[in-house]
Design a protein around this ligand. Structure first.
Ligand code: ADP
Ligand code: MG
Length: 375
């Protein structure tokens, strides 16, 4: 554990039990604890709605909630924090049930000493961290498996559509050269324009399905970020949206398709801008680049509305959009995903409603000598 005090929320209404635990935690040891307490469920969930803690010590019998119901409510509010349940001497079974319902461990009141308490807290934190790592990996894996099979489907679909589509456009163009009445010419133009829209959608879908050819050159990703911002075509400061860049000047160059990366970055910036404007009419976007071991990391951190948990898994799906009809096609992030995956990179999102969003792109550094790789 770190030297920083371990933050604890002690949810306990009995002053005697509370004091006992506080005293045990205060006893000299190599770890310090920062203990907050709540004597009611309501106060506890209020606190947890605003603050994270490293571990929760929970007495199940509170004035406003009893038994496992107490655990369920705390867990619903703070499922990402480890919970150690405090039970009475006669209900050890409840402790076991508590573990089945998401608690990390339980302690029996009256049978706790300083050492046991400290060790339980430490293991609860470590186990929970391991679980969280495992869970995140699993989410990533599920997502990439699902997107890979979606990609295969989309690829087949796009190839089937492209031939007839090319023929619609070709014949419409030929017709336009014929001697036809003016109103028919307008109709023919409408046919061609709409077919062209389908071509655009297909191009994006093929990017998602990773069916574009990369044209890799030796580039610096910092330049690509700046080029994307120039394409936006408005000043970074001023207006309601402020874009700040913090680009690592020592970032190594890498073999990559600059035009495609630029498109991916632009999509991320436009999304952030759109969402911040929709939600608050203003906002801040911080774009950072840094080298983390052998990986170039580009992050886009906005203070917009954030993303609901239920939407996070669908974000990169083609046609997933929360915007109204005609406002978004839901292909921007799909295209980003395809472009980054084609570079053997990864794109991640972390977000909570009301707390902004963080999109992180990770790109492996590819040295110049290794030239173009087939992907
Ligand atoms: N920075 C962001 N903040 C909040 N929501 C976002 C952000 N970026 C993307 N989203 C969500 O992801 C959805 C899909 O984005 P995208 O694939 O670019 O499609 P579109 O922009 O056409 O809706 C958006 O509709 C929005 O709900
Ligand atoms: Mg978009």
């Amino acid at each position: 554990m770190t030297d920083k005090p371990v933050s604890i929320l002690l949810i306990e209404d009995n002053p005697g039990d509370r004091r006992l635990i506080r005293e045990m935690l205060a006893e000299a040891g190599n770890v310090a604890f920062d203990v907050q307490y709540a004597d009611r469920l309501q106060a506890a969930t209020d606190y947890l709605g605003q603050n994270g803690v490293e571990v929760i010590l929970l007495d199940l019998g509170l004035p406003d909630s009893q038994g496992l119901e107490t655990l369920r409510k705390v867990y619903a509010q703070a499922s990402e924090m480890p919970i150690v349940v405090l039970t009475g001497l006669n209900d050890e079974m409840v402790g076991v049930q508590a573990i089945n319902e998401g608690a990390q461990d339980y302690l029996i009141k009256g049978q706790v000493d300083t050492q046991l308490l400290r060790r339980t807290i430490r293991y609860a934190i470590e186990r929970k961290q391991a679980e969280e790592r495992e869970r995140r990996l699993q989410v990533q894996l599920n997502l990439s498996n699902r997107l890979a099979s979606l990609g295969l489907m989309v690829e087949g679909f796009a190839h089937e559509i492209n031939n007839p589509l090319a023929s619609v456009i070709g014949f419409a163009q030929m017709l336009a050269y014929e001697d036809i009445p003016e109103n028919a010419r307008e109709d023919v133009k409408t046919i061609e324009d709409n077919a062209q829209r389908v071509v655009d959608i297909m191009t994006n879908l093929l990017a998602f399905a990773r069916q574009q050819k990369l044209e890799r050159t030796y580039i610096n990703v910092n330049d690509t970020v700046m080029a994307a911002l120039e394409m936006l075509g408005h000043p970074l400061e001023g207006g309601n949206i402020t874009i700040t860049t913090r680009l690592d000047p020592a970032l190594p160059s890498t073999m990559a398709d600059g035009a495609l990366l630029q498109q991916a970055f632009l999509n991320l910036v436009i999304n952030a801008e759109t969402e911040m404007k929709l939600a608050h009419g203003k906002g801040n976007l911080l774009i950072m680049t840094e080298l983390i071991s052998d990986t170039i990391q580009v992050s886009f951190n906005d203070d917009g509305p954030g993303i609901a948990q239920a939407n996070l898994v669908h974000l990169f799906d083609p046609f997933f959009s929360t915007r109204g009809v005609g406002q978004g096609r839901g292909l921007g992030l799909s295209v980003c995903y395809g472009i980054i995956a084609d570079h053997n990179g990864r794109i991640n999102v972390e977000s909570q409603l009301g707390k902004g969003s963080l999109f992180t792109v990770e790109l492996p550094v590819v040295p110049e000598e290794s030239g173009v790789e087939v992907s």
